[in-house]
Ligand binder design. Structure first.
Ligand code: GDP
Length: 642
């Protein structure tokens, strides 16, 4: 049996929930169809209704189509928080993008399709709601090829559009697809040109499946999730056209964690997609750069909910218990973090979060610490002086997601203060500092010398250890590499807050001097044996002195915003961009839509995002990507050091 790990993506209201339910119903996973509207149910049994709801909204549901096993993986419905969406997309073999036959391609649909194409995820398009008055297959098909992807091919023709009896008839032959496919298939092109008699439907279908799997072409189906029309054809297309992910079950273990849930006792349950190998209960595995753990139980998806198993193999999705240090995005393997986890740009905003009920303060701290620990996209900072907690943010959508998670999973009602820019500090020159053993200003039992210098833009923090092996306290750290690893940690932790309280970046730090004390050493080094704590605590002290000598400048995050707006709204938009200090880099009208590229500060981009609906009659979309930091001129903003 082969596997497909599938995601369904859609603009809000296009019918993702209804389609999911219909696919599960037809596959026999749920026995009753409910209506997503007003929570109405067609069943008397509340338990059954709840069961259905849980199944439809769970992180993974599985079902079978013919002899293909499908794991339906829930993808977040927030195209504006694209980092979160992309993280889940990376574990998919294929996707179904739902478009409404009435509303057509929506701005958010374009953002989703762009992400799918960027990650080369094979994608089928399902044009839903053909039963609704105003449904127009030709218009939507044209829109799809103009606005979503040029290479699309309809798989059939809908009939009785706009009526309850609307249906979908698959084309008996796919001849008309041959031309599109021939653009990327020389043998097919030659056969087409020569009128080769061997060019039959089977050949075209094979070519279509091959090109769909490579993301070159997108087959388009039509139907109505609410009546079930066209859903069987779509299901057949999923089984036939989307790749079966049969990695090597005997190869080295490789899996990616795409979601973490908490069990009844707060323990972590990691959802992992297996790309290769076989994982067994009690296996010890590595994840991330230097973390490891033992799998204590495995539940795999077979048909419906997950079932307990002894092992899980390539192609499958499993819930793993026992990995206490695991984080979302981790690659699991026998040998550890090769391949490197997905790198995300830094968050650009931060906001103070507080529990509405002040007695929930402690629970909020625990909940946020848990979220931050398991999700690299969430970062929390505690301001002890003010007794406040801040969360770094990518934007309003992430704030809403965190708010909802705190409410649903932790029962916490929280408020966020207006977000402020998350500045960084960069050293402006080189600076060095040294604290020696027994020195007057040195409260710790160790010698450390650190040099700081500006790094190139976007280089982050680079730490190197340039001392002789004999000066390293190997009795604590065992090897030079382990010592370097710990120094790296100490330095990075210290650089989370620079001279003005902001994280320090684009910075090269070198350990130039190191010494420890020993009870029987020469007078200059005589004393109780230095401990790891001595080195750990001395690092920030020396580093701050080095930074003071180097000097730092506060820099503001900027983003490049790509706007797609109705051309008619340009006249109103341009002055608004000017007032926000945005630098317009390019503006290209394409029919009734205009694409504007602009560079502006991250906070201003957030303001623009909020004003966009009123500036563009609700039609504009904004996609922003991190564009580096710009030094703040004039007064330097500061933040409390915690
Ligand atoms: P989601 O937000 O993408 O999950 O969309 P839902 O599945 O919740 O559907 C949004 C609305 O569209 C609901 O009112 C559905 O009843 C309705 N809907 C979904 N599919 C169809 C369809 O095929 N035809 C019609 N007429 N309405 C549909």
């Amino acid at each position: 049996m082969s596997h497909v790990n599938l995601g369904i993506l859609a603009h809000v209201d296009a019918g993702k929930t209804t389609l999911t339910e219909r696919l599960l119903y037809e596959a026999g996973v749920i026995d009753e169809l409910g209506s997503v509207d007003a929570g109405t149910t067609q069943t008397d049994s509340l338990a059954l209704e709840r069961q259905r709801g849980i199944t439809i909204r769970s992180a993974v549901t599985s079902f079978s189509i013919a002899d293909v096993h499908v794991n339906l993986i829930d993808t977040p419905g927030h195209p504006d928080f694209i980092a979160e969406v992309e993280r889940v997309l990376s574990v998919l073999d294929g996707a179904v993008l739902v478009v409404s036959a009435v509303e057509g391609v929506q701005p958010q649909t374009r953002i989703l399709m762009r992400a799918l194409r960027r990650l080369h995820i094979p994608t089928l398009v399902f044009v839903n709601k053909i039963d609704r008055p105003g449904a127009d297959d030709e218009r939507v098909l044209a829109e799809i090829s103009e606005r979503l992807a040029p290479a699309v091919t309809p798989m059939g023709k809908p009939h009785a559009l706009g009526t309850r009896g609307a249906g979908f008839a698959p084309f008996p032959s796919l001849n008309r697809a041959a031309e599109i496919l021939a653009e990327r298939d020389d043998r097919l092109l030659a056969a087409l040109v020569d009128g080769d008699s061997r060019l039959d439907d089977a050949w075209v279908r094979r070519a279509l499946a091959a090109q769909t799997r490579r993301g070159f072409v997108h087959p388009v189906f039509f139907g109505a999730a609410i009546t079930g029309a066209g859903v069987a054809a779509l299901a057949a297309g999923i089984a036939e056209l989307l790749p079966a992910s049969d990695g090597d079950p005997d190869g080295a273990v490789a899996a990616t964690v795409f979601k973490i849930e908490r069990g009844p006792a707060g323990e972590k349950i990691a959802y992992a997609r297996m790309f290769s190998g076989t994982l067994r209960v009690r296996d010890r595995v590595h994840f991330g750069a230097d973390r490891e753990g033992k799998v204590t139980s495995i539940a795999a998806f077979e048909s419906g909910p997950a079932v307990q198993r002894r092992s899980v193999s390539a192609g499958e999705v499993a819930k793993l218990s026992g990995l206490a240090d695991i984080r979302i995005g981790d690659r699991i393997g026998e040998t550890g973090g090769e391949g490197g986890a997905h790198e995300f740009p830094p968050p650009t905003l931060e906001s103070v979060v507080a529990a509405r009920d002040s007695s929930d303060g402690a629970s909020l701290r625990v909940a946020l610490a848990q979220l931050a620990e398991q999700d690299p996209l969430i970062d929390v900072r505690q301001d002890d002086a003010l007794g406040e907690i801040s969360v770094s943010l990518y934007g309003d959508v992430q704030r809403e997601v965190i708010q909802a998670t705190l409410a649903n999973d932790y029962g916490l009602d929280v408020t966020f203060r207006e977000a402020t820019p998350l500045y960084v500090e960069r050293p402006v020159a080189a600076g060095e500092a040294l604290e020696v053993l027994h020195g007057e200003s040195n409260p710790f039992n160790a010698t450390l010398g650190l040099a700081v210098a500006p790094g190139s833009e976007g280089s982050g923090v680079d730490v190197s250890v340039c001392v002789d092996a004999y000066s390293i306290p190997l009795y604590v750290y065992k090897t030079r590499e382990k010592f370097a690893g710990h120094m790296n940690d100490y330095v990075r932790r210290a650089l989370r807050e620079g001279l003005r309280g902001w994280p320090v970046t684009d910075c090269v730090v070198t350990l130039t001097t190191c010494a420890y004390s020993v009870p029987d050493g020469p007078p200059s080094r005589r004393g109780p044996l230095s401990t790891a704590a001595d080195f750990r605590k001395l690092t920030p002290l020396v580093l701050v002195q080095a930074l003071e000598r180097a000097g730092t400048v506060v820099c503001e995050p900027t983003v490049r915003a790509r706007l797609e707006v109705p051309s008619a709204s340009i006249a109103a938009l341009m002055p608004a961009l000017g007032r926000l200090g945005a630098v317009v880099e390019a503006s290209a009208p394409a029919g009734d839509l205009t694409v504007v590229e602009t560079l502006l500060s991250a906070v201003r981009a957030r303001d623009l995002q909020r004003r966009l609906p009123s500036l563009t009659g609700g039609e504009g979309v904004l996609e922003s990507t991190f564009a580096g930091y710009q030094p703040v001129v004039g007064e330097q903003p500061t933040r409390n050091r915690s």
